[in-house]
Design a protein around this ligand. Structure first.
Ligand SMILES: *[C@@H]1O[C@H](CO)[C@@H](O)[C@H](O)[C@H]1NC(C)=O
Ligand SMILES: *[C@@H]1O[C@H](CO)[C@@H](O)[C@H](O)[C@H]1NC(C)=O
Ligand SMILES: *[C@@H]1O[C@H](CO)[C@@H](O)[C@H](O)[C@H]1NC(C)=O
Ligand SMILES: *[C@@H]1O[C@H](CO)[C@@H](O)[C@H](O)[C@H]1NC(C)=O
Ligand SMILES: *[C@@H]1O[C@H](CO)[C@@H](O)[C@H](O)[C@H]1NC(C)=O
Ligand SMILES: *[C@@H]1O[C@H](CO)[C@@H](O)[C@H](O)[C@H]1NC(C)=O
Ligand SMILES: *[C@@H]1O[C@H](CO)[C@@H](O)[C@H](O)[C@H]1NC(C)=O
Length: 226
């Protein structure tokens, strides 16, 4: 009884299934037309899938490119020291109201497809372990795949130089060793939603030739993605 019931239940399903299929292709019409249509549909389907895959691949590449954050880099192009003059007896010549300045020509290179924005940051100049001057890099941004070049003006305090015991011997050797420390804190925004923090640091050793007022610098930069 159960078997008969089952077969009776299955039977009505078979025509329904057949009917569904016949919505797509009518095998009753002709065998040749069926395979031709079938092939065309297969090709269309294949084309659609391929196009979708291509679109997906392109989207993935774009997202990967946008989200792949590379380290920006910092570079010291040149250092110029203006109006820093020493007398042989170990004092600083005060040339009126004129400020003693150090000009740092700095480049920030941003290799990313997003802009790198940074806040107000400081550059410090050391002589013999003493901070002899501080300058500020005003907040700004290095646009996508661009190098931003700027001059940082640091006011040097000549009185601070006088507090360093080795000044006298350095004046006699006509050469002063200084160093600079720059730190830039910034962010790279991804699609205006996600942010990556970046810290750029640069240390330079600066050798100032008192006779020629020429400056030789040697720097080491470092970038950290936080
Ligand atoms: C150094 O010499 C200058 C003039 O040549 C003088 O004005 C200054 O007071 C001297 N400084 C010291 C510390 O002797
Ligand atoms: C020297 O620096 C001060 C600020 O530290 C500034 O007000 C003044 O204009 C500067 N003088 C010159 C000659 O650059
Ligand atoms: C940068 O910060 C320093 C103190 O940290 C401040 O004296 C200076 O005015 C600031 N500059 C700008 C442009 O915000
Ligand atoms: C920086 O200063 C140097 C020398 O004063 C000048 O030649 C250069 O054009 C300046 N660069 C910028 C970006 O202001
Ligand atoms: C200054 O630095 C140079 C090179 O780094 C070094 O050869 C020299 O001995 C240093 N001079 C002093 C007085 O520290
Ligand atoms: C730069 O100098 C500071 C101290 O002056 C030190 O803590 C830091 O490790 C140095 N960084 C590099 C990259 O040399
Ligand atoms: C400083 O410059 C003068 C003149 O250019 C040069 O004769 C001297 O050798 C330089 N001194 C040092 C320590 O480089």
């Amino acid at each position: 009884m159960a078997n008969a019931n089952n077969s009776e239940q299955v039977k009505p399903l078979a025509p329904a299934e057949y009917h569904l299929r016949s919505d797509y292709e009518d095998p009753a019409m002709s065998g040749g037309k069926l395979t031709l249509q079938h092939r065309r549909r297969c090709l269309q389907c294949f084309g659609c899938v391929t196009a979708l895959l291509l679109v997906a691949v392109v989207i993935i590449i774009v997202i990967a490119t946008v989200f792949h954050v590379k380290n920006p880099s910092i570079r010291m192009n040149s250092v110029t020291i203006q109006r820093l003059e020493f007398l042989n007896n170990g004092s600083v010549r005060s040339s009126g109201d004129e400020n003693v300045t150090l000009l740092a020509d700095v480049s920030v290179k941003n290799p990313n497809y997003n802009s790198f924005k940074y806040g107000n940051t400081t550059t410090s100049i050391y002589y013999g372990g003493v901070v002899v001057g501080e300058g500020h890099i005003p907040q700004g941004q290095a646009k996508a795949r661009r190098t931003l070049r700027m001059n940082v003006t640091v006011h040097l305090n000549p009185e601070k130089f006088l507090t360093v015991p080795s000044l006298r011997s350095d004046i006699l050797s006509r050469s002063l060793n200084m160093s600079s420390y720059t730190r830039i804190d910034g962010k790279i925004k991804l699609l205006k939603i996600f942010k990556k923090s970046v810290v750029l640091k640069m240390n330079c050793s600066i050798i100032y030739n008192i006779s020629s007022q020429a400056v030789q610098q040697e720097c080491r930069g470092q970038a950290l993605l936080v």
